[in-house]
Design a protein around this ligand. Structure first.
Ligand SMILES: Cc1cc2nc3c(=O)[nH]c(=O)nc-3n(C[C@H](O)[C@H](O)[C@H](O)COP(=O)(O)OP(=O)(O)OC[C@H]3O[C@@H](n4cnc5c(N)ncnc54)[C@H](O)[C@@H]3O)c2cc1C
Length: 352
């Protein structure tokens, strides 16, 4: 039997929550810490939350994206309350990886059958009929609740001020009201990760990457799948809420987030039948933790013992699959082959 370790996870966004949940099934002494008063208050709160493995991804990360849908089905069996929206995604006018077995070309009539509330229809579209989407807030809080039921100690309103290192090993975290000892520290702090690593003389190449999320009230369900086309990207978060995602263009002026968000709202009002009843609720900018090459940084740091890094964009898609592998690495003290492409060492090539 493997030794019971003291694992401290910093950050209760989708990444930290998923890791806590997976570790909670493995008989470890786990503490999950977050500076907010509940889980999912970082960028996860502003996610479009599309489980989307069909974008173009380099070969060495493809296996992780490819397993994301299956992993969500496993998760759904374990936590039926998750209520994942499996209505698929519908794309036209945008690039999609049509080599996926679950992406099919459909006709105008089929688009109309799926989405009766559009005012105009494309001649054809791509339908990724197995894709899904989640409510990121519900998902993250459910994972934390299940982790807690399985014995994980949850500390909210607890900011980690710095990490204590002795020789070449991290030994615990300093919080405002004290110190928590650890065998392993998992940093799942999103955009705040580089800052926590700086005092340890570790440079983690992650930048905040802004993206816009627009919420609106809808009188009823006007969108049934998830629609991504050249005019908008939107889906129904619930029967009475639509969310739309837009690229961040500028910090002010006519391409500032407020104006981009209002234009997206107006587009939906004009493109959907009964769209005139939509009401704008909020326009927010979420800061995605973006590793320098766009792909996850996951694993024990090779220069500091006991420090595990877990930071990624597309974490809604990737967290379930990656956090299961993370739990294995931490508990069994092994290097899982499937995570090899995610190591931070790819940014620091050895001169041999
Ligand atoms: C508009 C938008 C659309 C998106 N769409 C998608 C999508 O469709 N599909 C997809 O897969 N991904 C999508 N993403 C990306 C996805 O939302 C993120 O990859 C994911 O939410 C990152 O989660 P996280 O847990 O790493 O970060 P966070 O949610 O930010 O969690 C980090 C946590 O760490 C805590 N923390 C930080 N520092 C400290 C400290 N010192 N002490 C204690 N706690 C600390 C914070 O309070 C926070 O709760 C989108 C993002 C945006 C903004």
């Amino acid at each position: 039997m493997t030794k019971k370790q003291k694992v401290v996870i910093v950050g209760a966004g989708i990444v930290g929550a998923s890791i806590a949940y997976n570790l909670s099934k493995k008989n470890q002494d786990v503490t999950l810490v977050d500076s907010h008063s509940k889980a999912g208050c970082g960028v996860t709160a502003n996610s479009f939350a599309w489980i989307n493995p069909s974008g173009r991804v380099p070969d060495n990360f493809q296996h992780l994206y490819s397993r994301s849908l299956a992993e969500y089905h496993v998760l759904e069996k374990e936590i039926p309350e998750l209520n994942i929206d499996w209505n698929g995604s519908l794309t036209w006018g945008n690039l999609v990886n049509i080599n996926k077995p679950y992406v099919e070309k459909i006709t105008r009539q089929q688009v109309l059958d799926l989405e009766p509330h559009l005012k105009e229809y494309p001649k054809e579209a791509l339908y990724a009929f197995k894709e899904g989407a989640v409510d990121p807030n519900i998902l993250t809080n459910l994972l934390v609740k299940k982790a807690q039921e399985n014995g994980v100690n949850i500390l909210f309103d607890t900011k980690v001020t710095h990490i204590k290192k002795e020789d070449a090993k991290v030994v615990g975290i300093h919080i405002l009201k004290g110190f928590i000892e650890s065998d392993v520290i998992v940093l799942a702090t999103g955009t705040a990760l580089p800052e926590l690593c700086k005092p340890l003389n570790l440079d983690v190449p992650v930048e905040p990457s802004p993206s816009i999320i627009i919420r609106m009230k809808s009188p009823k369900k006007l969108i049934h799948t998830l629609i991504s086309n050249s005019r908008f990207e939107a889906r129904q978060l619930s029967d009475t809420t639509i969310i739309a995602a837009e690229d961040y263009l500028d910090d002010h002026g006519e391409n500032g987030p407020e104006e981009v968000g209002k234009r997206a709202f107006e587009t939906l009002r004009s493109d959907l039948k009964e769209g005139e009843h939509l009401q704008l609720e909020s326009i927010k900018v979420g800061m995605r933790p973006m590793p320098k090459d766009g792909y996850p940084i996951v694993g024990f740091h090779d220069q500091v013992k006991g420090l595990y890094l877990a930071v990624m964009h597309s974490a809604i898609t990737l967290s379930p699959v990656i956090s299961r592998l993370i739990a294995k690495e931490i508990v069994d003290n092994v290097q899982v082959e499937d995570l090899e492409s995610c190591r931070i060492s790819r940014f620091y090539p050895l001169n041999d």
